[in-house]
Ligand binder design. Structure first.
Ligand code: TMP
Length: 225
């Protein structure tokens, strides 16, 4: 169905934050709750949601000798995103489905633009070009002190017998830059980006996330009823 044929454009919601903030868990809970309203919802993530993206994710996250340089890294994330938008997100929105995505464009602006030092404005321009018309209506930033987040990641990986990935292995200062980058973005775009304290127990974080997303989802449901 073309966008103009449906009464309202479905919300596109993203979750963002540093390592170990609990994004994936919160994304799954939010998708379930949104479906509970009777909405058709696509839950997705970056990097790695498409077939091409899965290969890109391996290149990006696996520690190794021939790891991507800073500019290559940015273009790999952008390639993953362009494919994701074209193959998954835009078709879902055009088909009237809500999209809830674990990480999106803000991650590149913060990790590559800010923490890697490539320049937030420059990355934003490339992001806009990679995403076309698609941009989040609501971004929920799960904020957590990075030392705590990294300890959570190490604990989880240890329990699963896995090693940490290439970006998780960056030093604490890198992850402090990431946290501050996200907070600065939220301060610059307070209408779109809402901050939730991710140090709270999981269920309380979920309630705070739901309180932000529910009005948008219910409004969409009302318009399409
Ligand atoms: P994940 O841990 O949320 O699965 O994300 C994988 C890693 O990729 C994480 O360390 C953050 C990083 N990342 C970027 O650096 N730039 C991006 O644009 C995205 C989407 C993720």
């Amino acid at each position: 169905m073309a966008l103009e044929e449906i009464k309202a454009v479905p919300p596109f919601i993203t979750l963002e934050g540093g390592e170990g903030v609990g994004k994936s868990t919160q994304q799954h809970m939010l998708v379930r709750r949104a479906r509970g309203l009777g909405l058709s919802v696509v839950g997705t993530r970056e990097p790695g949601a498409t077939q091409l993206g899965a290969s890109v994710r391996d290149l990006l996250t696996t520690p190794g000798h021939d790891h991507p340089g800073q500019r290559s890294e940015l273009f790999l994330y952008l390639a993953d995103r362009a494919q994701h938008v074209e193959r998954v997100i835009a078709p879902a929105l055009e088909g009237g489905q809500v999209v809830i995505c674990d990480r999106f464009a803000d991650s590149s602006e913060v990790y590559q633009g800010r923490a890697r030092g490539l320049g937030v404005e420059w990355v934003r321009r490339l992001n806009r070009w990679a995403c076309g018309e698609v941009w989040p209506d609501l971004t929920i930033l799960l904020d957590l002190e990075p030392g705590l987040g990294l300890r959570r990641v190490n604990k989880r990986q240890g329990e699963l017998g896995l090693t940490t990935d290439r970006l998780e292995n960056e030093g604490l200062e890198f992850h402090r830059q990431v946290r501050q980058g996200f907070l600065d973005q939220a301060a610059a775009e307070p209408t779109r980006i809402k901050v939730v304290d991710a140090s709270m127990p999981q269920d309380e974080v979920a309630l705070a996330v739901w309180a932000l997303a529910e009005p948008l989802l219910k409004e969409f449901k009302r318009l399409t009823a």
